[in-house]
Ligand binder design. Structure first.
Ligand code: SF4
Length: 181
């Protein structure tokens, strides 16, 4: 290994000898974005690209997201990878509902984002028909670099989200719109 260890950048704030002051939102955002626990919901080929993304060559652990969860109760990022049949929709929705707040959502690949090439009666034409999505990763399949790009974008979302957003009327309306319990 040749590269130097890169420290996470401090959020904007005021510093002086022996002190650093910033907002609570910034500190919580910094901690959350660098300690994501993803739940891989992989149903087909895109999941294979995710396996590569997790391997030593691409090493998602560099972004603090190496600890995968296979129970929704211990995950805060749902990554949907692959074709989602309409019959699978209620299962996906239940997994989403079982995750505790705060939680985020990535649709990885064309199938999860829009149904992809499977424009057919049995396939969900995008998971955002049943649950809200924060980031879409294009491609069929997306390369591991694209999946990492998706993780970086979700980190931006997490960093910029206020700690009280989940209590806001706007967020409740979003969940109501999806009939999420
Ligand atoms: S987007 Fe392409 S690679 Fe990914 S699950 Fe669909 S068909 Fe497979």
């Amino acid at each position: 290994m040749s590269g130097k260890i890169k420290m996470a950048e401090a959020p904007p704030g005021q510093s002086g000898p022996g002190f650093f002051a910033t907002s609570l939102d910034s500190v919580v955002g910094l901690a959350r974005k660098n300690s994501i626990w993803p739940l891989p919901f992989a149903t087909s080929c895109c999941g294979i690209e995710f396996m590569s993304t997790m391997s030593a060559h691409y090493d998602l652990g560099r972004f603090g997201a190496e600890r995968l969860s296979f129970t929704p109760r211990q995950a805060d990022l749902l990554m949907v990878m692959g074709t989602i049949a309409k019959k699978m929709g209620p299962v996906l929705r239940q997994v989403y509902e079982q995750m505790a707040e705060p939680k985020w959502m990535i649709a990885v690949g064309a199938c999860a984002s829009s149904g992809g090439v499977f424009d057919t009666y049995s396939v969900l034409q995008g998971i955002d028909h049943i649950i809200p999505v924060d980031v879409y990763v294009p491609g069929c399949p997306p390369r591991p670099e694209q999946i990492i790009e998706g993780i970086l974008r979700i980190q931006d979302v997490i960093q910029s989200e206020g700690v009280r957003r989940r209590d806001s009327e706007e967020y409740k309306q979003l969940l109501d719109q999806y009939l999420v319990k």
